[in-house]
Design a protein around this ligand. Structure first.
Ligand SMILES: Nc1ncnc2c1ncn2[C@@H]1O[C@H](COP(=O)(O)OP(=O)(O)OP(=O)(O)O)[C@@H](O)[C@H]1O
Ligand SMILES: [Mg+2]
Length: 250
């Protein structure tokens, strides 16, 4: 099977006037079509940098990236990308922030608004359509950014700690909700998280990165049937995966 996303020995160093910061030592990983893959790693090891390279914000120092077996430089498509910071536009209301990808795709505004209104309750944002980002809580901003990402038309989804600002209850609800959406549409997902349990619950496979300069310390396949329910979190299998990942993160 041709991977949807493939990184082959990707290295990255940031060079400034009097310093070289080696961030990625060597990253080789892949995501198959329709697969949900997580990247777990210590803070500052280079997880967001990988996404910046994939989306063209930055470039690797060495190594190769392929999408559908086409070198990234030649690939013409786009990716849904949710940055670690939500990047909502302060001058647009929540509704107008969220419909942006639909506007870009050329969807009629009335149709875009209708589609978004249907999804607002699912994201706990109903009634906040006309509110500006600075009047929203951190969690609400993140949910709005996630809603906006989900509306981008692409088979590839890059999510950088999408639930990072949510409390445990909201987080668990969003995880389950997001898996339902994913099971319907089967995006190829690359998902960055700090949270070991989240990585196990959501993923088909997890890559554990080492401290900076990052390399893949371990790859773990989460061989558990879908759809997954919360009960999975208390099974002995779950604890085994958790032990394996905790040990790999040391
Ligand atoms: N444009 C840049 N120029 C110089 N250094 C950078 C740049 N971008 C990131 N870095 C450095 O690269 C390292 C990795 O940063 P990155 O944001 O990828 O980490 P991360 O794994 O996403 O961390 P976190 O989990 O805290 O979000 C950090 O030391 C950061 O300071
Ligand atoms: Mg980051």
């Amino acid at each position: 099977m041709i991977p949807k996303i493939q990184l082959i020995d990707v290295q990255k160093e940031f060079v400034s006037q009097n310093d070289v910061l080696k961030v990625l030592e060597s990253i080789s990983l892949h995501v198959h079509p329709g697969e949900f893959v997580s990247i777990l790693g210590p803070s500052g090891c280079g997880k967001s940098t990988i996404f910046h390279i994939l989306t063209g914000i930055d470039q690797q120092s060495r190594g190769q990236i392929k999408i559908d077996n086409i070198p990234l430089e030649k690939w013409q498509g786009k990716m849904c990308y949710m940055q670690q910071k939500d990047l909502l536009m302060p001058w647009r209301t929540l509704l107008n922030n969220v419909i942006l990808p639909l506007e870009i795709q050329g969807v009629r505004k009335t149709d875009a608004v209708k589609k978004v209104r249907e999804l607002l309750p699912v994201f706990g944002l109903e009634g906040f359509e006309s509110v500006y980002p600075n009047q929203l809580s951190g969690g609400m901003r993140q949910r709005a950014a996630l809603l906006r990402t989900v509306l981008t038309d692409s088979e590839i989804m890059l999510l950088d700690e999408p639930f990072g600002a949510l409390d445990a209850i909201n987080r668990s609800q969003m995880q389950q909700w997001f898996l339902e959406i994913w099971e319907k549409f089967r995006h190829s997902v690359l998902f960055v998280t700090h949270d070991i349990e989240e990585a196990i619950f959501m993923s088909d496979r997890v890559y554990v990165l080492s401290q900076r300069p990052a390399r893949v310390a371990k790859e773990v396949r989460i061989d558990v049937q879908r759809p997954r329910k919360k009960e999975f979190l208390v099974l002995s299998e779950f604890l085994e995966y958790k032990k394996e990942l905790v040990n790999a993160l040391k």
